[in-house]
Design a protein around this ligand. Structure first.
Ligand SMILES: [Zn+2]
Length: 192
């Protein structure tokens, strides 16, 4: 993991809290294996919530190109990692995005960046799916946008319920994807 541009003062403040938590667990925060843990955990937390400091709209606007054709564009199985806002435990999986251009297309790698900005924060999968769809729909001229997210939630897998194989699927769409045939075409292509 690359810890770039982290606010050192913030890292140290968060690390103090991690040190207190480690102590409350009955551990010795000064033993060799744990002595650097608060700082490492603070950096990891900031890295995993960097979406708070990133503007997804900016990424999209930086790579919009004119395009005349208006056939469906699909980027499927973009990996994402997020933290559930109820337990601060990871949920992760893939996002597939489809849109129908209306004179514009966006650089495909930017869609990956946008997924990061929506996922790297305290989040719920349902809202992440909606945020992504609305953001793309707002920034890019389009005739329709659809987002499908599939994820495993460690708060389900590790805690009491322990449903080891459960996968949560969420979907949000607008415009032309309101039409079930268009939606069906997208779903068939991403499930191939
Ligand atoms: Zn949870």
């Amino acid at each position: 993991m690359a810890y770039i541009n982290l606010d050192q003062q913030l890292v140290e403040q968060i690390a103090e809290h991690y040190k207190a938590i480690i102590t409350l667990l009955g551990e010795d925060p000064n033993r060799e294996g744990l002595v650097k843990t608060p700082i490492r955990a603070a950096k990891a937390l900031l890295e995993n919530t960097r979406g708070y400091n990133e503007d997804g709209g900016h990424y999209l606007r930086s790579a919009i190109f004119k395009h005349d054709d208006s056939q469906m564009v699909i980027v499927r199985d973009i990996e994402f990692y997020s933290l559930c806002e109820h337990h601060i435990l990871p949920f992760f999986g893939t996002v597939s995005i489809g849109y129908i251009p209306d004179g514009e297309i966006v650089g495909l790698s930017k869609l990956g960046r946008v997924v990061d900005t929506c996922s790297r924060k305290l989040q719920v999968q349902e809202r992440m799916t909606i945020e992504l769809c609305e953001l793309i729909s707002r920034e890019l001229k389009n005739k329709g946008v659809i987002v499908v997210a599939r994820a495993q939630h460690l708060c389900m897998k590790m805690r009491g319920v322990e449903k080891q194989t459960a996968e949560t699927v969420t979907m949000h769409y607008c415009g032309a994807f309101e039409d079930i045939n268009t939606r069906q075409e997208f779903l068939e292509l991403i499930n191939k």
